[in-house]
Design a protein around this ligand. Structure first.
Ligand SMILES: [Zn+2]
Length: 253
């Protein structure tokens, strides 16, 4: 009888444990984005994106320069679950148009949206070239896009978990900042890890951005080995990789 009770106790514990494991969802998310037109390098890295189940958001500038090969590669990336976003038509700085927002929209936004849509891309998100904007420009652009990304870098030379505006904590957020992780921003893995840990602990979405993926160690490039390590850390902390357009549907509980 005692043996039977013991067996039942072990079985109950096992079932409870199994249930608990099944009920523990992934907490926190990460948005990994890339700006400009480094399509060949992004495309070349897609095996690694797939290996770590990273879904990136690629913000395209100068869409009038896209050739057939570029468009085909972007279509494949989109088909594989990545998002194609808009990064302006001529990569203009919106801060030069604070007194002529209509002109900015007419020259920089409308033609970019038109051309990217003409190429068949579903547009939801925009990233500002040079990273900054005003509330008024944000509000105007939100009539063209659902999500807007700004950009910063480690201007305070501190641990990057202290930048509240690179974290999203609710589904209503439409405008957010992002932390640059290119080589010239010199963010150590330990520092990057502080932000990934915060996202996991607080169930927030961390937003990161980079540009080229290569070993040149030039400004606005990220080394493939560094980027892969970032992906590994995202996986280590169980962060769900999402695209900009997924902010509204992300599960925060
Ligand atoms: Zn740019």
């Amino acid at each position: 009888m005692k043996t039977k009770n013991f067996f039942l106790l072990i079985l109950s514990c096992f079932i409870i444990l199994l249930f608990a494991c099944k009920q523990t969802p992934k907490k926190g998310g990460v948005i990994i984005s890339f700006d400009d037109n480094y399509i060949d390098e992004w495309f070349e890295f897609r095996e690694v994106f797939n290996q770590y189940q990273i879904k990136a958001t690629f913000f395209i500038a100068h869409s009038y320069l896209l050739d057939t090969d570029d468009i085909q590669k972007l279509k494949i990336l989109e088909k594989e679950g990545h998002e194609i976003g808009c990064h302006g038509y001529c990569h203009l700085n919106c801060m030069d148009y604070v007194d002529s927002i209509d002109k900015y929209v007419e020259n920089e936004i409308i033609p970019a949206v038109h051309l990217l849509k003409k190429h068949g891309f579903q547009l939801h998100s925009f990233a500002y070239p040079f990273g900054t904007s005003t509330d008024l420009i944000d509000s105007v652009l939100l009539t063209h896009f659902s999500y807007i990304r700004k950009a910063t870098y480690n201007i305070n030379d501190t641990t990057i978990d202290t930048y509240d505006d690179i974290f999203v904590s609710d589904n209503t957020t439409r405008v957010s900042n992002a932390m640059g992780m290119d080589y010239n921003y010199n963010i150590s893995f330990e520092n990057l890890e502080t932000a990934l840990k915060r996202a996991a602990n607080n169930n927030e979405i961390l937003i990161l951005y980079a540009h080229q993926i290569n070993n040149s160690k030039k400004d606005y490039s990220i080394e493939p080995a560094y980027l892969e390590k970032v992906f590994q850390l995202c996986n280590k902390y169980g962060l769900q990789s999402i695209r900009m357009k997924d902010i509204g549907s992300f599960t925060f509980k």
